[in-house]
Design a protein around this ligand. Sequence first.
Ligand SMILES: C[S@@+](CC[C@H](N)C(=O)[O-])C[C@H]1O[C@@H](n2cnc3c(N)ncnc32)[C@H](O)[C@@H]1O
Length: 237
Amino acid sequence: MKFLLPFFLGFCLSCPPSFAEPADPKAYLQMIYENKGGYIIPAEEIDAILKAGGHPQYGEIPYDSAAHILDDLNLSRQDVFYDLGSGVGKLTLQVYLTTAVKRSVGIELSKTRWIIAESCRKQATADDHIIHGRDLVFLNQDISSASLSEATVCFISGIAFPAPLIQSLMDRFGTLDHAVKVISVLPLPAHRQFMLIKTYNLPMSWLPEGVDVFLYQVTPTPPQPEASIKPRKRKKR
Ligand SMILES: C[S@@+](CC[C@H](N)C(=O)[O-])C[C@H]1O[C@@H](n2cnc3c(N)ncnc32)[C@H](O)[C@@H]1O
């Protein structure tokens, strides 16, 4: 039996890393989200989102449109993906299931949408698609105050996010100590740390004919040199 061990270890090391991908991720997502809704939310949730400076309007990036961008991004085990305004969590789950990211995080302020996302996360866990050491996280939080410090790739799909929210997100990306890629369905205002690297035209749930989607590279703020401290002169007595 002992002589089989090196062969077994060799076999394990030659296996590609598992990304918990179901045989057909698109069909799997369709199946677990069937009849889940998420478009209509209670009036008090709409009020809370507006009060927080966000916008409750709903729409989704279809699976194939997201797959097109994800092919270009080639996300690795070093990446942490954030969907800012993640709705019912389809994109966050797609990124988890079809890429190697260390963590896929969806942030959504509507409790109704977040509950649907959580129920699908639990379903994916029960179906053995969530692997120990790689996280799928849904947070019921306001994106304007949620921590983004770990993010390496962010999706901003708020079709109607107000300008101050977009500006504050951009400023926060700019203060990170590492480079970030930002995908936005709105063209972002000029910012010295944001460079547009690609424009796509992809079908979205609200416009199947195609919507421009923008991919930006955000360069981190260079570390500031420490202020030189002048030695204090001794007073002559
Ligand atoms: C257009 S939907 C995007 C859904 C998802 N990203 C997708 O592409 O499938 C935008 C979402 O952002 C949420 N949202 C708006 N303002 C928010 C805020 N301040 N914090 C968290 N979520 C917010 C809305 O409730 C809505 O579900």
